[in-house]
Design a protein around this ligand. Structure first.
Ligand code: S3P
Length: 213
């Protein structure tokens, strides 16, 4: 029997807690947040996780746990290519676990720009959300966080380099399934907008699968 045999569904995303079986539905069980440094991926991700009652996780935290070093240490001691390898393998790990428990995942600013990672994410079919903002605002947010010692960012150097890297990466982020403008908005407003759009997407997918009348 179809696990979802009821004819109507609540608009709330479903949460899987224990079944290790891969899902038979294409409705999202995870959502990935991408965007440049300072886009608010972690703070928006945490707020979105609370709203959806999904786990929130930051890919950089997983990398640090696996490597037993901070991101800054990995960059300093082993260089960026080593960090990218660690990032890719942490991402594979996350993707293998998404059918067990629904989650919101914030990716570091360079993750989605790596072709192999983008391919992995696209083939998983999960929604990828690009948090966009004007580059000046991203820079200001990063500088503020740096001065509060909230985040050590190895790639945060001069405004000029920041702009250059942002310009290079923006076309890649734009390949995400959804772009959300974050400039001048609060974390809660942004999380609300994503949750609303995600629920619509889930209902749309369920109706295509014939579960909603
Ligand atoms: C990086 C962004 C960082 C972190 C690492 C590399 C990047 O994450 O993954 O320093 O390449 O833009 P945040 O985007 O969360 O700062």
């Amino acid at each position: 029997m179809n696990k979802r045999s009821t004819k109507t569904v609540s608009a709330s995303p479903r949460v899987r807690t224990s079944s290790p079986e891969p899902s038979r539905t294409s409705a999202p069980e995870a959502v990935f947040l991408v965007g440049f440094m300072g886009a608010g991926k972690s703070s928006v991700g945490a707020a979105l996780g609370r709203r959806l009652n999904w786990i929130f996780e930051d890919l950089d935290d997983r990398i640090e746990r696996r490597e037993r070093r901070t991101v800054a240490q990995i960059f300093r001691e082993s260089g960026e290519p080593a960090f990218r390898r660690a990032e890719r393998s942490a991402l594979q790990d996350v993707l293998e676990g998404i059918h067990n428990e629904a989650r919101v995942v914030a990716l570091g600013g360079g993750a989605f720009v790596q072709a192999a990672n983008a391919e992995l994410l696209r083939s998983s079919g999960v929604p990828i959300i690009f948090l966009d903002a004007p580059v000046e605002e991203l820079w200001e947010r990063c500088c503020k966080q740096a001065s509060e010692a909230a985040a050590e960012r190895p790639l945060l150097r001069s405004l000029e380099q920041f702009r250059e890297l942002h310009q290079k990466r923006r076309p890649y982020y734009s390949e995400a399934s959804l772009t959300i403008e974050t400039g001048g908005r609060t974390v809660e407003e942004i999380a609300d907008e994503i949750a609303t759009k995600l629920r619509l997407k889930i209902l749309e997918q369920l109706s295509q699968e014939g579960d909603v009348e």
